[in-house]
Design a protein around this ligand. Sequence first.
Ligand code: BTN
Length: 246
Amino acid sequence: IAKKVIHLETVESTQTIAHQAARENSPHGTIVVADEQTMGRGRMNRSWHSSKEKGIWLSILLRPEIPPNHASQLTLVTATVLAEVLSKIENVEPLIKWPNDILLNRKKTAGILTEMQSEQDQIQYILIGIGLNVNHSIHDLNEDIQSKATSLRIETEKEWSVKDIIQKLLIAFETAYDAYMEDGFAPTKKKWENYGFKIGENIAIKTFNDKWQGKFLGISDEGALLTESKDGTPVKLYSAEIDWFT
Ligand code: BTN
């Protein structure tokens, strides 16, 4: 990981640059990192605010030999790595909101966007996009997200070296990735559960066409969300979102 690093000042999205790099045969482990994104992308077609030098905006290009339907496990691997790296900081207690939001003090501080290119049931490449709010003050966050989002600086009342955190993150990612390729999802599942937000509690579940409430029972051996359907029977959801209660 990170044998090739593409560092750019301003980009629309590191994901866009990384897609391009992947198509031009950049190797497994290539990192695209930017100081600023003008059109940062989040999941579900949302935008992601990525102002200059305030946070970590990077994409990791991977070429793993795994079935395409295992790609989402890499999102959980990455979320677990982020939580572990942040948990080393004094007084910081990260939680992961399934599948991939990192919360500090119940507010979102990081997100992961996984995109995959596959052909005939074979992965060409996967991009793991990581956005981590580091040095935003509350005023740097858009008003519409101030109640839901935070940064490391807001939570610790200190500024942090973005470079330092990137380094720690990539080292931890490499270890976790190697372990995943070697031993599968089980080691991540165990760790993930230490950070899981609202496990055992009632959650609002949103799928692409439905919304209901049920108990969050945990994650399956493949990383899917285990919860209850509307009639209370157990269900396994591979693609869904835990909604905030309003
Ligand atoms: C989410 O929580 O919805 C995912 C946010 C992912 C943001 C990162 S920042 C680096 C990479 N480039 C993007 O355009 N998005 C991801």
